[in-house]
Design a protein around this ligand. Structure first.
Ligand code: 5AD
Ligand code: SF4
Length: 453
């Protein structure tokens, strides 16, 4: 009987896609998926360490698995992958005897072999091991058609792995290594494959997507890559995350403006509105440069929706610096915002050289104030869209009510509507009728036309 696997995923879209790749690799090796951890012969825990105390979450989960082994006499083979695996390495094996193998972020292609080995030698502890090399020249190609994509309508497509920016707060350059670009021909092939399998939208992934330069074609930068992807027949939408403000070029803005499939949305992390905090963060853009970029984007695409990431309470952030973050948010008027309280991360410059001097209470006060401001602005933007007809990609249905569907506008706002589940996977014109704090409500315009035909 085939062995069963379960992958538990924490963290960002990159991790979700790594899990899709690992699932595909395990199935190719003869494993079958299960959703029940009691039924799994192999559990892969794909971890994240970008914020909070992710390590502790991992060890809590490992404790549960260990406890299950103690009670029943057998525990599954456990592999730990992702950023905590890379960061903590064999310390994970020392701390928990529930783990058989620790696999670094650049070694997932070896997962089936390592898991097979662990399955065979499960009862002997001598074969437990960690595979962690971070190779600056690692080949980031990945065989087409293997990843087991979890969403039939939206496909993640990796274009870059790793990051060379070394922002002072960020662990990613240490956990995912140096920036490596995937070949343009392979990216287009991956996207075509996903579209042939039914995807209507692709989402390009990379730490700094707009730093893309094709290793197999010197003329292909990010703007040219968008152009090539836009030409794929059957594809309806292209999104990407995340660009870095300092790498947004006039060519990129022009491609976004011209290409009909590129969504009118840009996630443009700013992190802070204060130039001195940005300097301390090693972001290499100022408040004025960011605001000027926003103005150029809006000039080219007046209807573009912007979203961002903001950190409050970075070392040395004064109340006046935080006021500048508030005033930047007020000036830009983001459609959505992810805000975080600063937390020191291993290996980073901020941990090594700066003092985490903003108290937890003050961080909380600042994030509450920022989120209240964002809620007001978002409410105003959402209310202003009532009455408009927007193209919406219908992507899912409610778990509770069959005729309750959900989708996203080109600007990436969630729209809920009543409709026929056969619409899922289609882009339909939807009239916005109601604004809620985090989503819109609407009615499909074509539904009536269809009924009349
Ligand atoms: N503390 C708080 N937030 C962080 N982020 C990254 N590192 C940290 C940290 N040490 C946030 C940034 C980034 C997002 C993915 O997570 O805003 O853009
Ligand atoms: Fe981290 Fe900065 Fe690289 Fe983004 S650009 S992954 S925040 S180091």
């Amino acid at each position: 009987m085939a062995k069963k696997y379960l992958i538990e995923t924490y963290g960002c879209q990159m991790n979700i896609h790594d899990s899709e790749r690992m699932a595909g690799l395990l199935e190719q090796a003869g494993y079958e998926s299960t959703a029940d951890d009691m039924d799994a012969d192999v559990i892969v825990i794909n971890t994240c360490s970008v914020r909070e105390k992710a390590e502790e979450k991992l060890f809590t989960r490992l404790g549960e698995i260990q406890h299950r082994g103690i009670k029943s006499g057998s525990r599954p083979v456990v592999a730990v992958t992702g950023c905590v695996a890379q960061q903590e390495g064999s310390r994970i094996l020392q701390r928990s005897s529930a783990v058989d193998v620790v696999i670094g972020t650049q070694n997932i292609k070896r997962l089936p072999m390592l898991v097979d080995d662990a399955v065979q030698h499960h009862s002997t502890t001598s074969r437990r091991g960690a595979v962690l090399e971070l190779d600056p020249l690692e080949d980031v190609s990945f065989p087409l058609g293997i990843a087991k994509r979890h969403d039939p309508h939206k496909a993640f497509v990796t274009i870059i792995e790793g990051c060379n920016e070394f922002c002072a707060f960020c662990v990613v350059p240490y956990t995912r290594g140096k920036e490596r670009m995937r070949g343009a021909a392979e990216i287009v092939g991956d996207a075509e494959n996903a579209v042939a399998d039914g995807a209507k939208e692709i989402q390009l992934l990379g730490q700094i997507v707009n730093h893309y330069k094709a290793p197999d074609d010197p003329s292909c930068d990010f703007a040219a890559l968008l152009e090539r992807l836009d030409a794929i027949e059957g594809l309806q939408r292209i999104r990407f995350a995340s660009p870095h403000p300092r790498h947004v070029t006039p060519r990129m803005i022009d491609s976004m403006r011209r290409l009909p499939k590129v969504c009118r949305h840009l996630h443009l992390p700013v992190q802070s509105g204060s130039t001195s905090t940005l300097r301390a963060m090693r972001r290499r853009h100022t408040r004025a440069e960011y605001l000027e970029l926003v103005a150029r984007l809006r000039e080219a695409m007046p209807d573009i929706a912007l979203s961002t990431d903001i950190i409050v309470g970075f070392p040395g952030e004064t109340p006046a610096d935080f006021e500048e973050t508030l005033s930047l948010a007020e000036a830009v008027r983001y459609h959505s915002m992810f805000s975080f309280k600063y937390s020191p991360r291993p290996n980073t410059l901020a941990l090594k050289r700066m003092f985490d001097d903003v108290s937890e209470e003050e961080k909380t006060r600042r994030i509450v104030e920022l989120q209240a401001l964002q809620k007001r602005i978002q409410g105003e933007l959402f209310a202003a869209s009532i009455g408009r007809v927007e193209p919406v990609l219908i992507d899912s249905r409610s778990r509770r009510r069959e005729w309750e569907l959900s989708g996203r506008t080109s600007g990436n706002t969630v729209v809920n509507l009543s409709g026929d589940p056969v619409w899922i996977g289609q882009v339909l014109p939807v009239r916005i009728t109601e604004a809620n704090p985090n989503s819109l409500r609407g009615e499909a315009v074509t539904a009536f036309m269809k009924a009349e035909i």
